[in-house]
Design a protein around this ligand. Structure first.
Ligand code: BGC
Length: 264
């Protein structure tokens, strides 16, 4: 059992559902740091809603969470108020699933479910590379897919899905995600050419003031970010793979606050 202080008001629990792992940790909302070690459980081979819900129940049960602790789940799909609109990189049966309802059944708890890149964007905006930045900030995560979070003067425009722009006749993430680099054995300069094409298209459409690049590969940013030639400043994420957990926890805590204010 992982220790979690139920008396501390500034904690929320964050979960990040990815193609290879499902990760969770309690987050200290003041610092944006994990309040206890993160737990990672491999994503089930058949990543169906029931199989993933069972893993989430196991994850939540491994921590001694107070009944009312805010829980935020970052999910790799556009989320229409908790309902999965379409799904690129997990089992296709997720389409149309109401994630908070499913998790309520599996865990008996209220959860907030958001897009994974939006969660990472909020994590970076509150605690990381985009902290205190005004203007148009675009956070892009490079992983199995490409995720995007658009934040304008601190306000998130949710579900932007810029990984699925069609560029040169291809779904952008199929060419420029980190999984494409691995699958096609591209060296960093070859991959950077694809990233250049991707980011210049995004820049043409949105004129961001700042681009923050996240995902696991962002720890190797010095291999590819200096090769990109863009008008906007482009910098690595600071929270890296923790951003989804931290941002989802922060968004869940804001939801709980909002609900409280509505009641009063
Ligand atoms: C999904 C997005 C997600 C991104 C990163 C894309 O394929 O459509 O919703 O944010 O992958 O996981």
């Amino acid at each position: 059992m992982h220790h979690y202080d139920p008396m501390a008001q500034h904690l929320a629990f964050g979960i990040d559902i990815g193609g290879s792992g499902i990760k969770g940790a309690p987050v200290d909302l003041e610092s944006g740091k994990f309040a206890a070690d993160r737990l990672r459980i491999p994503t089930p081979e058949a990543s169906t809603p029931d199989a993933v819900a069972a893993v989430l129940a196991e994850l939540v049960d491994s921590f001694d969470l107070p009944k009312k602790a805010p829980i935020g789940v970052a999910f790799p799909a556009p989320m229409d108020h908790g309902v999965v609109r379409f799904i690129a990189n997990l089992d296709k049966s997720w389409k149309g699933v109401d994630l908070p309802a499913l998790l309520h059944q599996a865990t008996g708890r209220e959860v907030t479910a958001v897009n994974d890149a939006d969660a990472a964007g909020i994590g970076e905006q509150r605690y990381g590379a985009a902290k205190g930045k005004d203007g148009t900030v675009l956070v892009v995560t490079l992983g199995t897919g490409i995720g995007s979070a658009l934040i304008v003067d601190g306000v998130l425009v949710p579900n932007t899905e810029l990984g699925h722009l069609e560029i040169d006749g291809h779904d952008a993430e199929s060419r420029a995600a980190d999984s494409a680099r691995e699958r096609e054995n591209l060296d960093f300069p070859a991959w950077a050419e694809r990233l250049q094409r991707y980011f210049e298209t995004v820049e043409m459409l949105l004129s961001p003031d700042l681009i923050v690049v996240g995902g696991g590969v962002s720890k190797k940013h010095s291999e590819f970010l200096p090769l990109l030639n863009l008008r906007a400043k482009i910098i690595p994420a600071e929270l890296r793979n923790a951003a989804g957990i931290v941002g989802a926890a922060a968004m869940a805590a804001s939801d709980v606050e909002k609900a409280k204010r509505k009641k009063d």
